[in-house]
Design a protein around this ligand. Structure first.
Ligand SMILES: NC(=O)c1ccc[n+]([C@@H]2O[C@H](COP(=O)([O-])OP(=O)(O)OC[C@H]3O[C@@H](n4cnc5c(N)ncnc54)[C@H](OP(=O)(O)O)[C@@H]3O)[C@@H](O)[C@H]2O)c1
Length: 271
């Protein structure tokens, strides 16, 4: 019997690459995204519509997926970000990011945990980010959502361990997979913004880093290999050497040095 994985945000980017890698490794893959109808892809992946911001959509996805096969693993990749200064990002824009990235995971887990408990175990993979560990200018909504995921995952892992459920945080650095469609600019970020020069510099760097980022196929294969193990690690950072360095600087060098390094890297012309 093949093992079954349910995966969110699987229409694009790292979710798609992870779904393909799992499928190639023989998993039965049930994938969700808003842009999916109810269909079976050429490689056998079952696609179902899913909007993680809607309670009814999450329940419907889980009901339909459970009728096909209960999950041995749940991989949560659905995500988005809004680029903008803290001052000019609207509350509604913050809400959209938190609702998708963080509360979307909470909703899915609330449906899947009872299923895994009844089966006596399972694996839950939550896509965080390097931004779950440190802040990057003009990504505050995204960074806040990923920090929320990090704290939530620690609580979750402690609670579900007795039921044989393992939790893993994946913390990717930049990968050349993400679509600009999921990275809108905050509505207020115009040329008149007091942050315009710094914003232009930082978003250019962010775009450069993603375009030249790590290989998304390699990430997908790495996750598929880890999910095949009996025991999975709680944290898996998948990033370039300089991004690992950034995390160490943040952790060990203190706020002043960290701020100087990040400002120099992202805000070359800004005030
Ligand atoms: N790419 C990177 O460099 C990078 C780095 C660190 C972390 N990550 C994390 O990795 C994950 C994937 O990001 P990505 O950049 O590779 O992919 P992406 O191209 O930005 O794709 C985002 C995915 O999320 C889905 N999605 C968005 N809103 C959704 C909603 N409300 N309900 C259900 N699905 C939704 C999209 O599908 P539909 O539009 O069809 O719903 C799409 O499949 C995210 O959690 C992201 O934060 C990525």
């Amino acid at each position: 019997m093949p093992k079954t994985v349910w995966i969110t945000g699987a229409s694009s980017g790292l979710g798609l690459h992870t779904a393909m890698a799992l499928r190639q490794d023989g998993w039965q893959v049930i994938a969700g995204a808003r842009s999916f109808g109810e269909e079976t892809a050429e490689d056998g992946t079952v696609r179902l519509p899913l909007d993680v911001t809607r309670e009814d959509s999450v329940k419907e996805f889980c009901r339909k997926a459970a009728a096909i096969a209960l999950p041995d693993a749940l991989v949560q990749c659905a995500g988005m970000l809004v680029l903008g200064s803290c001052e000019e990002t609207e509350t509604e824009e913050f809400r959209r990011v938190i609702d998708t990235n963080y509360l979307g995971m909470v909703r899915m887990n609330r449906e899947v945990l009872p299923l895994m408990r009844k089966r006596g175990g399972g694996k839950i993979v939550l896509f965080s980010s390097i931004n779950g560990l440190l802040g990057i200018p003009f990504q505050s909504a995204y960074t806040a959502s990923k920090h929320a995921i990090e704290g939530y995952a620690e609580c979750l892992a402690l609670e579900v361990k007795p039921f044989g459920i393992q939790v893993m945080l994946v913390e990717p650095g930049d990968h050349r997979s993400g679509s600009d469609k999921y990275r809108p600019h905050a509505a207020a970020m115009t040329d008149d913004s007091p942050y315009a020069a710094a914003y232009e510099s930082a978003t250019r760097q962010i775009h450069h880093d993603e375009t030249n980022g790590s290989d998304p196929d390699a990430l997908g294969r790495k996750i598929a290999r880890i999910l095949d193990r009996k025991r999975i690690p709680f944290r898996k950072r998948i990033a370039s050497v300089d991004q690992h360095m950034g995390v160490y600087i943040h952790r060990f060098c203190g706020a002043r040095i960290n701020s100087a390094v990040l400002r120099k890297y992202y805000i070359r012309q800004g005030k």
